[in-house]
Design a protein around this ligand. Structure first.
Ligand code: SAM
Length: 285
C-alpha cells in the first residue's frame, strides 16, 4: 500500500496491553530477535511474513545492529551524554544505556515505550541504574514525551541530546511523519543528533516488490502496521539536519542499515530482506 493510499491510523498509539490474543509490535520484534517474551499470536505475524520473505528475522537484526553502532558513534565520536530512546523495545539484546554507559558510566538514557510488557521489563532491568529511566508515553505524540516529568527531570535541553527513533516510524501511518519529527527536532539544542532506521522500499524492481509484499502482510496481520518508505520519505524525517556520511568516502545520506558503518568487511551478499531496511543519522547545526 502506498502512503497516499493509506487510510489506516497509527494503531500502535493504542497499545495492545498484555492480551495474548493480540500481537504487539514489541513482542513480534522480540520474537524476530530470538527473545522469549512473545506469544503464539506474535510468532504468527512472523510466520505470515516468512511466507513472502523467508529471511524476515534479518529485518529485526539489521535494525538492532544499526542501533548498537549508532549509539556507539553518538556517544564516542559525537560526545553525546544524554539519549532519548523512543520505542525502546524489550531488552532482548544489548540496550542503549549499556552501550552509552560503557563510554561514560554517567551517560543518561530515558527510554520511552507504550507496551506494558516493555515497561515492566524495562523498569525491572533499571532499578539499579541511577542514570537510566523509563517513560510510558506515546512516541507519536512528541509533546507528551518531551513534557513528561522524567524527560524534563533527567535530560538537560541546553546540552546536546541523542534522539533515537530506531525501528519505530514505520509504525506511524497517520501521515508522512515529517511534522511529528520536526516537533522533536525543534526541541533539541544545537549539536544534537537524530538516528532513524526504517523499513525501506529501495525503489528497485526486485526489492520494491518484496518491500510491498512484506508491507501488505504486516499491515493486514494481527500487528496492523509496518510501512516501507522510500529514500525521500525517510529523509523527510530529518528536516534541517546535517546528514552524517554513512561510510568511508560516502556523502551524507541514507544507507542500508547493514551498510551504515558496518563493523567489518562483508563476506556475503546482503539478503533480500536486508536490502529493505535503511538508516540515517543527522546532526542539528
Ligand atoms: N528501538 C528498538 C530497536 O530498534 O531495537 C525497538 C524497536 S521495536 C520494532 C518498536 C518499539 O516501538 C516497540 O517496543 C513498540 O512497543 C514501540 N512503539 C510502537 N508504537 C509506539 C507508540 N505509539 N508509543 C510508544 N512506543 C511505541
Amino acid at each position: 500500500m502506498s502512503e497516499t493510499a493509506s487510510n489506516y491510523d497509527a494503531p500502535s498509539s493504542v497499545p495492545v496491553g498484555v492480551d495474548p490474543t493480540r500481537a504487539s509490535i514489541a513482542r513480534v520484534y522480540d520474537a524476530a530477535l530470538g527473545g522469549k517474551d512473545n506469544y503464539d499470536i506474535d510468532r504468527e505475524v512472523l510466520a505470515q511474513v516468512r511466507q513472502v520473505a523467508p529471511e524476515v528475522n534479518d529485518l529485526a537484526w539489521s535494525n538492532r545492529n544499526f542501533l548498537t553502532r549508532a549509539v556507539r558513534f553518538l556517544a564516542d565520536q559525537g560526545g553525546i551524554r544524554q539519549f532519548l530512546d523512543c520505542g525502546s523495545g524489550l531488552p532482548t539484546a544489548e540496550n542503549t544505556h549499556q552501550i552509552a554507559q560503557r563510554i561514560d558510566p554517567e551517560a543518561r538514557v530515558v527510554y520511552v515505550d507504550n507496551d506494558p510488557v516493555v515497561i515492566a521489563h524495562g523498569q525491572a532491568l533499571l532499578t539499579d541504574n541511577d542514570f537510566t529511566h523509563f517513560v510510558s508515553a506515546d512516541i507519536f505524540q512528541p509533546a507528551e514525551v518531551l513534557n513528561s516529568e522524567l524527560v524534563q527531570k533527567h535530560l538537560d535541553f541546553s546540552k546536546p541530546i541523542g534522539l533515537l527513533h530506531v525501528g519505530t516510524l514505520h509504525h506511524y501511518t497517520a501521515d508522512n511523519g515529517a511534522e511529528l519529527m520536526k516537533e522533536y527536532i525543534d526541541a533539541l539544542p544545537s549539536g544534537s543528533f537524530v538516528a532513524v532506521s526504517h523499513f525501506f522500499d529501495p525503489e528497485t524492481p526486485e526489492h520494491s516488490a518484496l518491500a510491498r509484499k512484506m508491507e501488505n502482510v504486516f499491515v493486514h496481520s494481527p500487528m496492523g502496521s509496518g510501512m516501507f518508505r522510500t529514500r525521500e520519505q525517510i529523509l523527510a524525517f530529518l528536516p534541517g539536519l546535517e546528514i552524517i556520511s554513512p561510510g568511508p568516502g560516502k556523502p551524507g545520506g541514507l544507507e542500508l542499515s547493514d551498510m551504515w558503518w558496518p563493523d567489518g568487511p562483508k563476506l556475503r551478499p546482503l539478503s533480500q530482506v536486508e536490502q529493505c531496511s535503511a538508516a540515517v543519522v543527522g546532526r542539528k547545526p
